[in-house]
Design a protein around this ligand. Structure first.
Ligand code: FES
Length: 157
């Protein structure tokens, strides 16, 4: 993953996608996989490539919580919003993380050192209630262990 793509890099990245073939989501996923987020220039490049408007592309980006429009934090906690995690106390885990990190869901620290994001179940429910820390499963969590995790992340550990 790298940050700050140039317009030419973005054009090269999405060159394979064509208008009228349902390529909006694949193009956006490709941009986010490469750069970690979808910048305003990326939205414009994708719109031009697919012969549509930036407003339509922005609508797709803002609708799906998986997409982000700013660079990811160095350490990101993704809270699992899936049903098993929530049945097993996931909402209490989220509250503990939010209070300790002093962040809303979708927020990040001013220096982009850490952030809290909503994640979707990907089948690791045996670890519920859980989070991912930069993609690594951490669970099952208790409120106490969630607070400890958030304190470590906040301290840069
Ligand atoms: S519901 Fe959280 S991992 Fe499945």
């Amino acid at each position: 993953m790298q940050a700050e793509p140039t317009v030419q890099e973005l054009r090269d990245l999405v060159r394979e996608f064509e208008p009228g073939k349902g390529h909006v989501m694949p193009a956006l996923h490709k941009v986010q996989e490469r750069y970690g987020y979808i910048s305003r220039p990326a939205i414009e490049v994708v719109a031009r490539q697919l012969n549509t408007t930036a407003a339509l592309i922005y609508g797709a980006v803002s609708f799906y919580t998986d997409f982000r429009t700013s660079p990811p934090p160095r350490t990101e906690i993704s809270w699992c919003s899936g049903p098993t995690c929530r049945l097993l106390g996931g909402d209490h885990i989220r509250e503990a993380l939010q209070q300790t990190l002093e962040l809303p869901l979708g927020g990040h620290s001013d220096d982009h050192g850490y952030g809290l994001h909503t994640g979707q179940c990907n089948g690791t429910c045996h670890e519920a209630p859980m989070v991912w820390v930069n993609g690594t499963v951490v669970g099952p969590l208790t409120v106490t262990s969630a607070i400890q995790l958030a304190r470590k992340v906040k301290a840069g550990a």
